[in-house]
Design a protein around this ligand. Structure first.
Ligand SMILES: Cc1cc2nc3c(=O)[nH]c(=O)nc-3n(C[C@H](O)[C@H](O)[C@H](O)COP(=O)(O)O)c2cc1C
Length: 213
């Protein structure tokens, strides 16, 4: 095999380094992230592919104590109700909710991705309505990955937090957002704490995760 071809095949077999470089980093320094940089992350998110040329996303940039606390407390109140409904004891509830609050209020910036029906197709039946919303949600996920890759490229740490998708109304009301916005993805952003080591990433078991036809 020629050297050039061997190099090309090696390059094709490797995951690009910028994708490998993004890790979920859950600890930050207290250094604020400049708003212009946060805006550039949102812009990267908004370059994601979306169904039929829509942009069904809205982003909330939260970098004030009031904003962080309102969101953490609003979602925490709903989580308490859900955990109690699951039969979790009061002490454990306090522990879980407090730990989540500490995580959210300790991040220099929170970027909250919301979905709207703006630009999406409307269908009279539930099956297609769900598929349409599902497409929008997929595109928000693509946007979040863009955002996190852009953050890693800028030397920032980030971590996706699932909470708002479990309590969209609580998140929306906590931040006084417009009613049609449905919070769905929260990303913590900041400078990485120097002593944080990401969890070991297991190798991808390709033969279990894909088939060829
Ligand atoms: C939809 C979604 C929700 C997630 N929610 C949380 C979360 O609530 N808390 C957390 O610490 N990490 C959360 N993560 C991050 C995952 O744990 C992480 O991506 C996974 O362990 C792989 O590690 P890596 O991102 O470093 O490659 C979430 C990831 C996704 C995609």
């Amino acid at each position: 095999m020629s050297g050039a071809r061997e190099r090309t095949e090696k390059a094709m077999a490797a995951v690009p380094a910028f994708i490998e470089a993004r890790r979920s980093i859950r600890a930050f320094t207290s250094e604020p992230v400049p708003r212009a940089l946060l805006d550039s992350l949102v812009e990267a998110a908004c370059l994601a592919p979306a169904p039929h040329h829509s942009r069904p996303w809205r982003w909330v940039v939260i970098d004030t104590d009031t904003g962080r606390r309102s969101l953490a407390d609003g979602m925490g109140a709903q989580w308490r109700i859900d955990l109690a409904g699951d039969g979790v004891g009061p002490e454990r509830i306090d522990e879980l909710v407090e730990s989540s609050r500490t995580k959210l209020t300790g991040a220099p910036a929170l970027l909250l991705g919301c979905l709207t029906w703006d630009g999406l197709d409307r269908y009279p039946d539930e099956t297609r309505r769900r598929a349409e919303w599902g497409m929008a949600l997929l595109s928000l996920g693509a946007g979040v990955e863009n955002l996190m890759l852009a953050a890693a490229d800028a030397g920032l740490a980030s971590c996706w937090v699932a909470a708002p998708i479990f309590c969209p109304e609580a998140a929306r009301d906590a931040l006084d957002l417009p009613q049609p916005w449905s919070p769905a993805a929260l990303i913590l952003v900041g400078s990485p704490a120097p002593d944080y080591t990401p969890r070991t990433r297991p190798p991808v078991p390709l033969d279990e995760l894909r088939v060829n036809r």
